[in-house]
Design a protein around this ligand. Sequence first.
Ligand code: FES
Length: 121
Amino acid sequence: MKSFTITLANRDGATFEVDAKKPLLDSLRAQGVDLPYGCKYGGCITCAAKLVKGEVNQKAQVALNNRQINDGYIILCVARPMSGCTLQIGVESHDRLYRNPFLDPLKPHELKADIATPREA
Ligand code: FES
């Protein structure tokens, strides 16, 4: 099996060898890492972690928007490593996952184009 080393930056730099073909959530939990998760199909965002270094394939995820991806978030239940990676895991990595819409409103290009508009009466 092709494997990569995953380093957990916020777990004292602990390292784990993981299968390149398996989702990171499964590989890390199988080795005793305590990780939050919900749906396990990439839709609920509970398992988000921050990718500090390295590359993953997370094409199957549907939970993250572009801003969250640009901030380095990955969805562990579907992400497969494509290189050695360093991650921040758990809820303490979620500091930039959600934003306060009053302090930090969406910019015009981040608004969804398909928001329903009221019908003319
Ligand atoms: S557990 Fe729901 S997105 Fe990963």
